[in-house]
Design a protein around this ligand. Structure first.
Ligand SMILES: Nc1ncnc2c1ncn2[C@@H]1O[C@H](COP(=O)(O)OP(=O)(O)O)[C@@H](O)[C@H]1O
Ligand SMILES: Nc1ccn([C@H]2C[C@H](O)[C@@H](COP(=O)(O)OP(=O)(O)O)O2)c(=O)n1
Length: 318
């Protein structure tokens, strides 16, 4: 047998793979693919542009993980990968893979070993948060309807506005003044703050069926930030759009009586303008992707809620 020159025994032989694309199988079964940037004598690896590849039968999907330091003790196997060799597998979107698992779950649970509840191939999907974005003009009834969904359908309600107001009040918060300025102005707080609050709340909510993310994403910055921070961590099921004529919404806000610093005519004018200019295009973006479920909210709460339940029932069948 010809040995490489110089011969590097053990994990250190991976030096030859520096800057090459590596497949790393972890002890827990996860499969990571990325460019090897560094390695030490303990086989601790630094990988760049990492994706986690999840396989289900002849399909697979990839979720971005960025830059990773992997401890050598967690590595089961590592080797160079050549993407030009056909595998016979088809890459699909995570949502498609998830729908596929749902549609054939009962069959596979009883027949195929890989779908055992501890299967690494589906663990990433189970660990992702289910999310329904709830959008609509200020005062369209998002909070009111979310409270009913939370009470009856097992989703946890996370209002971006409430989280921001709580952060504004939190003693020692470095963002309090900035948040207050945006709220009064009817403008949108930078996504890094809002998305971090949402992610924290999701991670601290224990086992939830899903989350109603109310009042987010409200502009392009929110959407881009969410995609950057939450891809691979959350799966958006659909967007619940509560549509309501603006004059009715304004009247509702003025009558809300919660003592909010932004429920006055001047702030409302700006909030409505922000909604028309920045939020509505985001709803249109989701609409193009077939994700929007519109429910007209110029009606009684009971009538709206009946339609909302129907939307959730339909979504559960997918
Ligand atoms: N369908 C409805 N009909 C009449 N008033 C409503 C309805 N839904 C909500 N409201 C009232 O309108 C105000 C704004 O509702 P809220 O749920 O806080 O809206 P949003 O979260 O969209 O700003 C609240 O005072 C609420 O009680
Ligand atoms: N994604 C978000 C959500 C709310 N905010 C800020 C700006 C909004 O005018 C206020 C209030 O939002 P909230 O959703 O509570 O209220 P309305 O739907 O406007 O009635 O919070 C934000 O900056 N970014």
């Amino acid at each position: 047998m010809d040995l490489p020159d110089p011969y590097l025994p053990g994990a250190i032989s991976l030096f030859e793979q520096l800057d090459k694309k590596l497949l790393v199988v972890l002890r827990d079964g996860r499969k990571l693919i990325g460019y090897l940037r560094s390695i030490d004598q303990f086989a601790n690896l630094i990988l760049e542009d990492v994706v986690e590849r999840t396989f289900v039968e002849k399909y697979f999907c990839e979720t971005g993980q960025g830059f990773m330091l992997i401890r050598g003790e967690n590595v089961e196997l590592a080797g160079e990968i050549d993407d030009s060799i056909p595998t016979g597998l088809t890459q699909v979107l995570l949502a498609v893979l998830r729908a596929f698992i749902r549609s054939s779950r009962s069959l596979r649970l009883s027949t195929l070993p890989f779908s055992h509840s501890t299967s690494p191939s589906t663990s990433i999907l189970r660990n992702m948060h289910n999310v329904v974005f709830v959008l609509g003009p200020p005062g369209s009834g998002k909070g009111t309807i979310c409270a009913k969904i939370q009470e009856n359908l097992g989703y946890v309600h996370l209002s971006a506005g409430d989280l921001l107001r709580a952060e504004r009040q939190r003693e020692g918060s470095e963002f309090g003044a900035l948040i207050e300025q945006h709220i009064r102005n009817g403008s949108i707080v930078p996504v890094e703050i809002t998305c971090a609050l949402l992610e924290n709340a999701m991670n601290n909510s224990g086992d939830a069926k899903g989350f109603l993310v109310d009042g987010f994403p409200r502009n392009e910055d929110n959407l881009q930030g969410w995609n950057k921070q939450m891809t691979g961590k959350a799966l958006v099921q659909f967007v619940l759009f509560l549509s309501c004529p603006v004059p009715i919404c304004i009247q509702r806000c003025l009558n809300r009586g919660q003592g909010r610093t932004d429920d006055n005519e001047e702030s409302l004018k700006k909030r409505v303008e922000t909604y028309n200019r920045q939020t509505f295009p985001i709803i249109e973006h989701f609409e193009k992707n077939g994700l929007v479920r519109e429910v007209k909210s110029e009606r009684s709460v009971e009538e709206i809620y009946a339609d909302v339940v129907e939307v959730f029932n339909q979504a559960a069948k997918v």
